[in-house]
Design a binder for this molecule. Sequence first.
Ligand code: SAH
Length: 352
Amino acid sequence: MTPLGDLMLRRIAATGPMPLSDYMADCLLHPEHGYYSTRDPLGRAGDFITAPEISQMFGEVVGLALAQAWLDQGAPDRFILAELGPGRGTLMADALRATQGVPGFQAAAQLHLVEASATLRAMQSERLPDARHVDSLDALPEAPLFLVANEFFDALPIRQFQRDAQGWREVMVGAQDGELTPGLSEPAPLAALDHRIADTQPGDIVETCPSLPGLVAQIGQRIALHGGAALIVDYGDWRSMGDTLQAVQGHNRVDPFAAPGLADLTAHVDFEAIADAAAPARATRLTAQGVFLERLGITERARTLARNMDAATLDSHVAAHRRLTHPDQMGHLFKVMGLFPEEGPPPPGLDA
Ligand code: SAH
């Protein structure tokens, strides 16, 4: 067992099984042993690779979409440019390079990053020296907010519930023979899941993300009050169904309970929950990442970049474009939802 696993086994012996959300929060962000707290997990040598690490084109077109949203709202002369969970800072670095040609955009932007990991904060500061780190959205100045979050919401801790004839049983992490083992609580009615009675059968699993509504509401309130837009990109779909918890280590799927703190844990994002929490801002329709990137002109950008490439670079460039956009790769599994003010147009590439 890992050092974090040993701590958890002792805690379970003292106080009993814990909800999956407690388990996931410690695995990812425990100050000493948490997965994100202790390493840079991204890239080819790391455990997984994200869209901005696959190609510079992703951050470029996302940055230009935010700049266009800023222009569409009258180019306010002071605004917050924010990213949730910026990883290595690659997306934002590419976005800033691409938007240099948008007059006034960068002069008006105050760059703010929300990042829980000290290791990744240090990396982001090196890459983005003008950025200010904040612990939460509360700490952002009151101003129009143009925000991006790529593969951030999938890292937020989830709870899982199994439908039962009498109500819902929660998946709880307990211990058996010195191993961490998921089990089920006694069934209980749960008002928060009343809306899922109609579309589930006994035995079905549904997931909730306790920190999501508060976070999205904060973004929505700022956008409604001051203007702005948010682009939320992640894997998932409209409404959660089934067990989507997954653990990845060294680019391979592993058992989520085998090595706490050493594997990345994620779950699919329930975009319906995001849309429900967005008020008083509006949420766009959910759009597949491939469609979104094509609408933003990623193929044009790919052609321009291809002009000066040698054969080997060109091969990997074409593969990267395909990986980001093709429905068999990230193009369909990943989705994009925008938040925007009641009176404003939706962000580029998305439909109201
Ligand atoms: N957006 C980046 C990184 C995605 S990995 C990319 O696309 O490459 C998830 C990121 O969210 C990491 O930077 C991680 O440290 C951060 N993170 C995870 N949970 C967080 C939380 N609760 N608060 C702030 N940052 C968090």
